[in-house]
Design a protein around this ligand. Sequence first.
Ligand SMILES: [Ca+2]
Ligand SMILES: [Ca+2]
Length: 116
Amino acid sequence: MAITVNKDALYEHAEDFTVTLGNVMNAAIGDGTATGTITDNDAAPTFTVDSVSQAEGDSGTSTMTFTVTKNGASGQASHVNYATADGTATTAQPVALKDGIVFQTRKGALVHVVVR
Ligand SMILES: [Ca+2]
Ligand SMILES: [Ca+2]
């Protein structure tokens, strides 16, 4: 027997199905069940984040927004963590750094991460 497999370009888990023998005539069924497994051959999507430059201002606080993009098609949800680290701007200076926020996105979605 031949089973048709539909190809796609989505990153996804392996998928399986069952084949079962039945309605036997003049014989008996021994092991009459089999599993077909379709393993995925597509690359996992990637996350990218763009650098941001913003004027400081003279008083109060402002928000700096970093855009994280998920690149590539996927048949499943993905998530990524982010962390900030001191550079020449540190937590002792006007920029208060923050980390540990998890965001989740599905294929093609854009997520804006706000660092306060
Ligand atoms: Ca494929
Ligand atoms: Ca696939």
